[in-house]
Ligand binder design. Structure first.
Ligand code: XMP
Length: 524
């Protein structure tokens, strides 16, 4: 394991991504953790960047025990400055701030730069820099403005770089990180998804024990499907998956999910048709946040009820002596991914409140369920890799994200069954054409929204007065910012024709050309 200590940089999670890509397991923790509390012995430590200045009062610092771990340490940007600051060097605000590309010259042979020639294009982003070399360190690389772009103390196994190897703009950043993680720390690249799944199944079996049971909601998305599949492989029918049909899923989706989970993956699944309940509660509501709240609360209520029903059923079976090896429900499955974990453990400064994971509220409290999160160590692409390994349909593995409140936030204004049908049909055609054109994987998220306006049109000889469909397609890596996708005109033409001809109630189609920010990906 490589330990990454986070000083609050936006880029820290990328360091974790890059280390994982090398096949090396890493954990990211806040910079100010107590080193003696660590539950593992790291092979090496990476100190991240930070928006702070090391010399400022109140700036974050590591537990000095970290220097006594006697394992290699690599400081990146602020991490380097922290090394200098704590080892007798000096760090100051520099009058020439460095942002963007820079060329570094490698002036000494170093294990860190093995396989890299005498210069390297890097990405810099700093206002402070070292002005005095820390004791017993030597300079390995510099730039025209930063004389200490890379420094090292080989005896103490401490390395520091001013630039960011974790961003793709640093072309050879991956080579450098590999030199550190594999070459210098000697970490083994044995973090593969095959080994992960086997180990996780074993871990779940031990954790759940021979009789306890697990309940979990599935949405049909990639995360919950894979989490459920792992559970099912671990404990078979002692895992109860619940799919709540909220009436605002996509066209045919509920049936497809049911088929995939039960027939293909053999998961013990109950589908609850609660469409009328959800749509009934959404009647007359047009405020987006109210819609979200209603759907969220109703979901918890329905899921909780199902939990109680299964619990009663089991108690009956236990009384009758027909339960076999099945005991009580003791665990709740959640599809939490590593970015959520990072979000809750990373360093956020003195005033930060730690985000609490949203979980299935009431159920957890009443039934005192313990959480099981099989994917909590994984990034999305690692989850996808597992999906491929487990022979889960390619189509699902690469599916665009779909929001919990579903089509309800894509029918603008009031959600009625008729409006949902229109939005569903248009969305189905849209996605079908995107797939046919081979563009699905290039787009991060695409959907059709039904606008709450009417427009005049003409069909045959008659005047029409009908609704408008807005098509959205974006590309993004993190969903925090997004660009609109330049959909080819030919494809747009086909989609527009099909929607207007095939979906009754629509006489206009428009394409959304807003990026995020200032727009958001969803319309509501
Ligand atoms: P926005 O619209 O905020 O969306 O740019 C960013 C990403 O989040 C998804 N999204 C949601 N997902 N419940 C969810 O589970 C929600 O209420 C919700 N709102 C937005 C959205 O689809 C996009 O992927």
């Amino acid at each position: 394991t490589i330990l990454i200590l986070d000083f609050g940089s936006q880029l820290t999670h990328l360091i974790a991504r890059r280390v994982r890509e090398l096949g090396v397991y890493c954990e990211l923790l806040a910079c100010n953790i107590n080193i003696t509390d660590l539950k593992f012995k790291p092979k090496g430590v990476i100190l991240s960047g930070s928006p702070y200045s090391v010399y400022e009062k109140g700036s974050p610092h590591v537990d000095p025990e970290v220097w006594k771990l006697n394992v290699p340490i690599l400081g990146i940007c602020y991490g380097l400055q922290e090394i200098a600051f704590t080892h007798g060097g000096a760090v100051e605000c520099h009058d020439k701030k460095e942002f963007g590309h820079a060329d570094i010259k490698i002036v000494e042979e170093s294990k860190l730069f093995e396989g890299i020639s005498t210069s390297m294009q890097v990405w810099m982003s700093h206002g402070d820099q070292i002005t005095k070399l820390p004791t017993d360190f030597r300079v390995v690389a510099n730039t025209d403005t930063a004389p200490f772009a890379a420094v090292e103390n080989v005896t103490e196994k401490i390395y520091g770089i001013q630039f960011h190897p974790e961003v793709t703009h640093t072309a050879l950043g991956k080579v450098l990180l590999k030199n550190f993680v594999v070459g210098i720390c000697g970490a083994k690249g044995n973090w593969t998804m095959e080994s992960f799944v086997d180990k996780e199944i074993e871990r779940i079996r031990v954790m759940v024990g021979p009789t306890a049971q697990v309940i979990g909601a599935v949405s049909g998305g990639v995360d919950s499907t894979i989490a459920a599949s792992i559970m099912s492989k671990a404990i078979g029918s002692r895992f109860h998956a619940v799919l709540v049909d909220n009436g605002v899923m996509r066209l045919n989706e509920c049936n497809e999910v049911k088929k995939r989970l039960t027939e293909k993956l053999g998961i013990n699944l109950t589908v609850i048709d609660a469409a009328d309940l959800f749509l009934g509660r959404l009647k007359g509501v047009s405020d987006p946040e109210k819609k979200r709240k209603i759907i969220g609360n109703t979901f918890i209520e329905v899921f909780e009820k199902e939990g109680e029903r299964i619990e009663l059923e089991i108690e009956e079976d236990i009384k009758k002596g027909t339960s076999g090896n099945r005991g009580k429900i003791e665990f709740l499955l959640q599809g939490t991914l590593y970015p959520d974990v990072i979000e809750s453990v990373s360093f956020k400064g003195p005033s930060a409140t730690i985000k609490t994971h949203h979980n299935v509220g009431g159920l957890l409290e009443n039934m005192k369920l313990k959480l099981i999160e099989p994917l909590r160590e994984l990034f999305k692409d690692e989850v996808r890799a597992i999906g491929t390994l487990m022979n889960i349909d390619e189509e699902l593995v690469w599916r665009h994200p779909f929001p919990g409140p579903g089509i309800a936030i894509r029918v603008l204004g009031e959600v009625t069954p008729t409006q949902v049908e229109i939005a569903r049909k248009a969305d189905y055609i849209y996605i079908e054409e995107i797939r046919k054109a081979g563009l699905y994987r290039q787009i991060s998220q695409a959907y059709a929204a039904l606008l709450p306006v009417k427009a005049v049109g003409v069909m045959g000889d008659a005047r029409t007065y009908e609704q408008v469909i807005a098509l959205r397609a974006v590309t993004t890596t993190d969903f925090m910012t997004a660009d609109w996708f330049p959909m080819p005109y030919e494809i747009l033409k086909k989609i527009s024709n099909r929607i207007i001809n095939e979906v009754r109630g629509v006489n206009r189609v428009v394409y959304d050309i807003s990026s995020k920010p200032p727009a958001t990906i969803e319309w509501e």
